[in-house]
Design a protein around this ligand. Structure first.
Ligand code: 13P
Ligand code: SF4
Length: 331
């Protein structure tokens, strides 16, 4: 018989929570008692963003994780991010409120298939976007994020043969701005590839005073009409610094919370997806994180992200290389 609480089946601690509890207060209490830090990505819901000790993009989160002296890291994001935190902090307990918070991009690159792909390009170095599993990281020479992808690619000699995985859209974009010809793995993010060019053009026409800003995980035709392309932190920074008062934003809707917090007088419009009734620009994986699950996970210190020492050992070097290059370039 299945146990009443099965992390394997549910992915989280499916336990009753007393509705009289003030969850924010309880989370703060547990955090203090256990010397825990809560790290969150911009795509989580606004209540979780507001309770996080640090909120950032993938590069900022890995830099923060490298420096923390907390005993427990509660990661509000998706599995590959929590895995990266574990790789950088093997002696700390890394918790994730829901083990099923995956990523379509990471899933698009199974390690065995990628190993075959790599073997078919024997004289190539491998640059992998951080949105991949620990096993793909272990097969890579260096990791990058959307914040530093251009610099990481440029750190290689111009005629070095390169594979870029797993996001073909980001890879394509970096090829176009660096003049490189990296071989691309055929993966994509299910949120960023759903934007509708037609609907965005209509929206731009209806808001001629708006700037259109987009994440490089979007498809080429969408990026071609963007006024600015950048990582989530890049988009946030750009919208804060630009003199424009209105922005159409092509990335996951969670980022709008920080944009509106930083610039309450500016207008931020989510870019429309092919099917605007389905909430396509919400990442269903990121949205698996909830206050209740965070409370339960801090209380019971489960689910925990666990990796073998071999996995950690192999995946660590390419991440450290990325952090070192970023430090040198002050990114
Ligand atoms: P960044 O926040 O690093 O730009 O990454 C976007 C993303 O899709 C994370 O899953
Ligand atoms: Fe993965 Fe896309 Fe969700 Fe980011 S937004 S976690 S890339 S599925």
């Amino acid at each position: 018989m299945e146990p009443a609480v099965s992390l394997k089946k549910d992915g989280y601690l499916n336990l009753p929570v007393n509705p009289a509890l003030n969850l924010e207060e309880e989370i703060l209490r547990l955090k203090k008692e256990k010397n825990a830090i809560i790290l969150g990505h911009y795509y989580i819901t606004s209540d979780l963003q507001d309770i996080s000790d640090y909120i950032g993009d993938s590069l900022g989160l890995s830099q923060k994780v490298e420096k923390t002296d907390a005993d427990i890291i509660a990661f509000l994001g998706v599995h590959f991010m929590a895995e990266t935190a574990k790789i950088l902090n093997p002696d700390k307990k890394v918790l994730i409120p829901d083990l099923k918070a995956g990523c379509s991009l990471a899933e698009s690159a199974p390690a065995d298939k990628f190993a075959d792909f790599k073997a078919a390009h024997p004289d190539h170095k491998v640059i992998s976007y951080i949105n991949c599993t620990a096993d793909i990281k272990a097969l890579s020479d260096v990791i990058c994020t959307s914040s530093n992808a251009e610099s990481i690619v440029k750190s290689f000699d111009k005629d070095e043969k390169l594979i870029f995985a797993p996001d073909k859209n980001l890879g394509n974009y970096i090829n176009s701005i660096t003049g490189r010809n990296m071989v691309l793995w055929d993966g994509a993010c299910m949120v960023h590839e759903k934007y509708s060019l037609e609907k965005i053009l209509d929206l731009k026409a209806a808001h001629a005073d708006a700037e259109f800003i987009a994440h490089p995980e979007c498809e080429k035709p969408v990026l071609m009409i963007a006024d600015y392309i950048g990582s989530t932190t890049g988009l946030l920074k750009y919208s804060g610094e630009s003199r424009s008062q209105k922005f159409i934003v092509a990335t996951e809707s969670g980022i709008l919370h920080q944009m509106r917090k930083d610039c309450p007088d500016k207008v931020f419009i989510p870019a429309p997806s092919v099917d605007s009734t389905c909430g396509c620009n919400d990442c269903s994986f990121m949205k698996l994180n909830t206050l209740e699950k965070l409370y339960l996970c801090l209380e019971h210190e489960q689910p925990e992200v666990l990796l073998s020492p071999e996995q950690i050992d192999k995946a660590k070097q390419p991440i450290l290389k990325m952090l070192e290059i970023s430090k040198k370039l002050k990114l």
